[in-house]
Ligand binder design. Structure first.
Ligand SMILES: [Zn+2]
Length: 463
């Protein structure tokens, strides 16, 4: 790193002083898991914390009640945004115990966003402490980003200008490896579809049967997409399909998602799905309402930012798990993946080949502003989006990973603030990678529903 030893020591000391506050925030957010666009308490906890450390906080960024922007400025220099996520997943509650201890009905941090918000915000606080000492110029900003789990929040924020003017965006996430990423992930789109027909007795069914229509449409879409779009993933669930088998409902709602390595193929597949739904609805005399929630690109890699993150990680070292932490993770693995050998990535690596399996709502941002991401590892035998990930995210055994990421983000942000040349090179790389490409504005929908009646979105009663 270009950072002199004195500045490095100052950043690390500022970050180290925050450690107890960070782990306290991990616990606080874990204890109040909130669904996308309902993260009022989580956003408030993080915003209050940043305000207490001298950040200028604006709540409700871009008209989204559970978003916020927290800035710290000192003189002039690069403008760096750090993303904070804090939403939970439906049905993935679990106690922080190495066994299934859940209702399977309540929200839980099965993606570990209780770590991301505090870890990423703390990196910004540490940078602000060094800025306040008069060593650095520029701006460090935490963008509080709701609704990652429905791949919506950052697309809505971006489309409404929340990332305009930034030079670099940094973030982190739990996964199965420790290190910096410069590789793509999947493109994805999801939306809600509402088939409306005529209610009837199940023994005297109407021809305009919304339930039969939906089932027929789903079967058709599955085979059409499989034959026409190689590699396209298609998932769906019923949001509302009636109350009793004896009553055919007049309305059925489904939530569908598609994923593909290539954005254009993914988007074409989504359009094909809509047309099959429409044709099927017409053949049943049923009406169809289609609402896109969001369509997101995979990451555009950036080797320059990933290189800075990688050097910062090398200073910090891999997660410092204790024997007790490892014992907890082994016990949890035995409970959720019995008979499988316990494996955990314990070193640091650099990931710039292949593609990651997930889709993220910050994918589009990486096409607008150079974006870098640090991952920390969970055991290979602890599935993500699963009660076991929640069980680990609430236990101190999981803390060394996000703490590593937090400290590395702080060091990397300071390195970028003192090296405007690196910031410019990262921008050049993005421009090179997108040369002669038209990248349209982010696509998202249901803004009024998700910001105005999020509870009704989650119980599928919105109109
Ligand atoms: Zn996540």
């Amino acid at each position: 790193m270009a950072l002199d030893a004195r500045t490095q020591t100052a950043v690390r000391a500022a970050w180290e002083a925050l450690r107890p506050e960070i782990t306290e925030k991990f616990e606080t957010l874990f204890a109040c898991p909130e669904l996308s666009c309902l993260e009022f308490r989580s956003a408030e906890v993080l915003a209050d914390w940043l305000r207490a450390h001298g950040f200028d906080v604006e709540a409700g960024t871009a008209g989204i009640p559970t978003a916020f922007t927290a800035r710290f400025t000192s003189g002039s220099g690069p403008r760096i945004a750090i993303l904070a996520e804090y939403d939970a997943l439906p049905g993935l509650d679990n106690l922080a115990m190495p066994k299934r201890a859940s209702t399977g009905r309540l929200p839980g941090h099965g993606c570990g966003h209780n770590h991301i918000g505090p870890a990423n915000a703390a990196a910004a606080i540490a940078v602000a402490k060094v800025m306040a000492a008069g060593v650095l110029g520029g701006e460090i900003v935490v963008i509080g980003c709701p609704a990652e789990e429905i791949i919506w929040g950052k697309l809505a924020l971006q489309a409404r200008g929340a990332f305009n003017g930034f030079d670099i965006v940094l973030t982190s996430h739990g996964d199965y490896q420790n290190g910096a990423l410069s590789r793509p992930c999947y493109a994805a789109a999801n939306g809600e579809f509402r088939f409306t027909g005529e209610a009837s007795h199940s023994g005297k069914m109407s021809a305009r049967n919304a339930l039969s229509c939906t089932q027929t449409a789903l079967a058709k879409v599955g085979s059409v997409l499989e034959s026409e779009y190689e590699g396209l993933q298609f998932n769906y669930l019923f949001r509302f399909s009636g109350f009793a088998p004896g009553v055919i409902p007049d309305e059925v709602r489904i939530w569908c998602a598609v994923k593909h390595e290539d954005f254009d193929t993914m988007r074409a597949g989504y359009g094909r799905m809509e047309s099959v739904f429409q044709d099927t609805a017409e053949s049943f005399g049923v009406s169809l309402r289609s609402d896109l929630i969001a369509a997101c690109r995979g990451y555009l890699p950036n080797d320059v930012v990933a290189g800075v993150l990688s050097e910062a990680l090398a200073q910090v070292g891999p997660p410092a798990w204790s024997a007790g932490d490892l014992a907890y993770m082994e016990a949890l693995s035995a409970a959720c993946s019995p008979g499988e050998p316990f494996t955990l990535h314990r070193t640091l690596d650099y990931f710039d080949s292949g593609i990651d399996y997930y889709a993220q709502d910050d994918g589009d941002i990486s096409w607008q502003v150079p974006l870098g991401r640090v991952n920390w590892a969970y055991p290979d035998t602890v599935p993500i989006h699963h009660w076991a990930w929640t069980a680990l995210s609430g236990h101190p055994a999981s803390y060394p990973g996000p703490l590593m990421a937090s400290e590395a983000l702080a060091l990397a942000a300071v390195e970028l603030l003192v090296r405007p040349d690196l910031v410019a090179t990262a921008r050049d790389e993005l421009d090179q990678r997108t040369r002669q490409m038209h990248v349209p504005a982010p696509e998202f929908g249901l803004f009024d529903v998700l910001t105005g009646q999020p509870e009704a979105f989650w119980d599928a009663s919105w109109t």
